[in-house]
Design a protein around this ligand. Structure first.
Ligand SMILES: [Mn+2]
Length: 316
C-alpha cells in the first residue's frame, strides 16, 4: 500500500492536499506535514482546506499557504487526509473533475473507500502516523518542520496521549519527532495554554448549568445563544466543553447541549468507554463512534433535555 503511494509521489508532479471541514489538529498537522514533504521533493503543491485553519494551528509551517478557494487547474494527484466520508472534504473538491487520482489516507473506521488508493488503518492513533510511515517508507528523514506538524497531529488526536488510541507506535513516533529538536512545551503552550479569555468566560457560564443524574452516571452542560452574546465568544470556542461533565468521578456519559438557532440544538455525547454513545445518538437521528457521537434536535431546551434524560435513565 505504502509502496503504491510512494510510486505515485515519485512519478507525478502536481499535487493537491486536502482534509475535512472544520479541521482539527490531526487534519491540519497531517496535511501540512505531507505538503511540506512533497515540496521538499520539488513537487508542485496546493494546500486546500474548505474551512480556514483555526487560529490555534496557525503556528504550524505552511499554515498560511492553505487556500479555501480551489484553483481552477488540473492536478496529477489529490491527497485526501483524515476524511472518513468524502463529502467532508467540501463541495469544491467533491464536485471537481480536475483533481486527478484520489489517494485517501485515513484512520477512521469507514466504509467510504473513495480513493483510487485507500490507505486506511483504524489502528493508527492519527492520520499523522500514516504520513510518518509514508515518509519513512520512502527512505526520507523527518525534518524539524515536519516534526512540528506530526507531533501536533498526534497529541491532539490522542488527547495528549491520554486516550486509548495512544499505542506504542504513537509514543515511538513522538519520541522520534522530539529528537528532531521540537520544543514540546512550546507546542503545548500554543495548543493548551493560549486560550482566548472569552472561551473561559463562556465555559464558566456553561459549567454553571451543569446537572448530574440521580445515579450520578451521566451529566450535562448547556450553552445557549445568549451566552455567546454575554461573553463575545463564538461557537468554535465550545470545542472540548463536552469533556468536562465526563471528567466527574462515576459519570460514564456526558451530554453537551449547544443552541445553534432558536429552537435548534446540537447535542454532543461522550463516553468513558463502557457505554456506546453512537447508539444513543442514533436513537435521536444522529450518529458517531463508540466514545463520541452527536445529534441535532429541534424543540425547546426543556423538551429536548426531558427526552434525552429519560432515554439515558432507561438505557444506562
Ligand atoms: Mn484524525
Amino acid at each position: 500500500m505504502i509502496e503504491g503511494i510512494i510510486e505515485e509521489i515519485r512519478t507525478n508532479g502536481s499535487f493537491l492536499v486536502t482534509t475535512h471541514e472544520n479541521p482539527d489538529g490531526d487534519a491540519v498537522g497531517s496535511s501540512l506535514a505531507l505538503a511540506g514533504y512533497l515540496k521538499r521533493l520539488g513537487k508542485e503543491v496546493t494546500i486546500h482546506f474548505c474551512d480556514p485553519v483555526p487560529d490555534l494551528y496557525s503556528f504550524l509551517p505552511l499554515a498560511n499557504e492553505a487556500t479555501q478557494a480551489l484553483p481552477d487547474r488540473d492536478y496529477d494527484v489529490c491527497f485526501v487526509l483524515d476524511v472518513g466520508e468524502f463529502r467532508r472534504a467540501g463541495k469544491q473538491v467533491a464536485d471537481c473533475r480536475r483533481i486527478g487520482k484520489l489517494i485517501n489516507i485515513d484512520h477512521h473506521l469507514t466504509e467510504d473507500h473513495f480513493g483510487c488508493i485507500n490507505y486506511i488503518d483504524p489502528k493508527a492513533a492519527a492520520t499523522g502516523i500514516l504520513v510518518h510511515r509514508i515518509i519513512k517508507g520512502a527512505g526520507d528523514a523527518i525534518d524539524y518542520e515536519t516534526a512540528l506538524c506530526l507531533y501536533t497531529a498526534i497529541i491532539t488526536d490522542t488527547g495528549s496521549f491520554r486516550y486509548s488510541n495512544a499505542n506504542p507506535e504513537a509514543f515511538a513516533v513522538a519520541g522520534e519527532l522530539v529528537a528532531t529538536g521540537i520544543n514540546t512545551w512550546n507546542i503545548a503552550e500554543k495548543l493548551y495554554e493560549s486560550q482566548p479569555r472569552q472561551r473561559l468566560e463562556l465555559l464558566a457560564l456553561a459549567l454553571s448549568t451543569m446537572s448530574i443524574s440521580p445515579r450520578g452516571d451521566y451529566a450535562s452542560i448547556t450553552v445557549t445563544l445568549d451566552m455567546y452574546e454575554k461573553t463575545g465568544a463564538s461557537a468554535e470556542l465550545t470545542d472540548g466543553f463536552v469533556n468536562y461533565p465526563r471528567s466527574i468521578r462515576g459519570v460514564e456519559v456526558s451530554v453537551f447541549f449547544r443552541e445553534i438557532n432558536p429552537g435548534l440544538f446540537k447535542i454532543g455525547f461522550r463516553s468513558k468507554g463502557k457505554v456506546d454513545v453512537s447508539s444513543i445518538a442514533s436513537a435521536f437521528g444522529g450518529g458517531g463512534h463508540h466514545n463520541a457521537a452527536g445529534a441535532t434536535m429541534t424543540g425547546s431546551l426543556d423538551e429536548i433535555k426531558a427526552k434525552i434524560f429519560s432515554h439515558l435513565e432507561k438505557s444506562l
